[in-house]
Design a binder for this molecule. Structure first.
Ligand code: ADP
Ligand code: ADP
Length: 233
């Protein structure tokens, strides 16, 4: 089943006389339960693409279908409903709230859904258990290592049971060994929990944890290859 379907997507940034075409007429689909890595040099359009996939921004032209819903022409508020329902985000620098302990951080997406306290606690504990950090749930981010903070952030991303995890350089702030542990967690979420994962990374070794690598150069897809060597273009 296709979960992400982009057709002829372009993104133009305009500021005064200056115009940048960050994405140039790109098309691709991602199936449910795929683990896809997006690579490319700085300025190639990776963040722009992730923002569009994550319903954080509108394309300039083209169509984007997310799990059967055409999202690109929705209002911002409808788009954020879709985003909250389908997508969990993981960032390079974790983006945890420093004054809240681990479990409170994980509960945040559930607060937006208006869930009651008891239910929130239960789901947040389960998510922290899944990432192997239940015993640290009352620690503040500053009392956790980088890898542990990223695991809390991953628990927050998955607590609402989204279909898709979008990760922007998830290992960028971590040493190699810790980064590998985070990738092993992604592989487990992908294989055991059937989550679709799309990550942006600069690192070839990290990209290879995915089963498919899409490469961007100057806003265009220059290659799209499955780990078995099968080309998708
Ligand atoms: P990457 O994530 O691969 O580094 P980006 O998607 O951030 O690439 O950027 C792609 C191109 O679009 C770059 O030329 C960048 O300068 C430009 N760009 C990105 N965001 C904006 C913006 N908000 N306004 C203007 N130009 C932008
Ligand atoms: P990354 O390291 O993820 O590639 P970037 O440094 O490309 O991030 O961009 C960081 C943020 O700044 C993005 O949200 C992007 O939209 C914005 N941005 C990037 N380039 C420009 C630009 N030329 N003008 C305005 N905003 C930009």
């Amino acid at each position: 089943m296709e979960i992400i379907k982009m057709e002829n997507i372009s993104k133009l940034y305009k500021s005064g006389q200056i115009q940048v075409e960050a994405l140039k007429d790109i098309s691709f689909t991602i199936l449910e339960k795929e683990f896809v890595s997006i690579m490319g040099p700085s300025g190639s359009g990776k963040s722009t693409l992730l923002n569009l996939v994550g319903c954080l921004d509108h394309s300039t032209s083209g169509t984007y279908e997310l799990s059967g819903t055409m999202v690109d022409r929705l209002s911002d508020s409808k788009m954020s409903d879709i985003r909250n329902m389908f997508i969990g985000f993981v960032f390079q620098n974790f983006h945890l709230l420093p004054r809240m302990n681990a479990i409170k951080n994980v509960e945040i997406p559930l607060i937006y859904r208006g869930m009651n306290t008891k239910m929130r606690k239960e789901l947040a504990e389960n998510a922290l258990e899944l990432v192997g950090l239940k015993e640290r749930m009352h620690h503040l981010p500053s009392q956790l290592s980088g890898g542990q903070q990223q695991r809390v952030a991953i628990a927050r991303a998955i607590v609402g049971n989204p279909a898709i995890i979008l990760a922007d350089e998830p290992t960028g702030a971590l040493d190699t060994k810790t980064g590998d542990m985070i990738m092993e967690l992604f592989v487990e979420l992908n294989e055991k929990k059937s989550m679709t994962i799309v990550q942006v990374t600069h690192e070839e070794e990290i990209a290879e944890y995915g089963s498919r690598i899409i490469r961007l150069v100057d806003g265009e897809i220059v290659s799209d290859v499955s780990s078995g060597g099968k080309s998708n273009v």
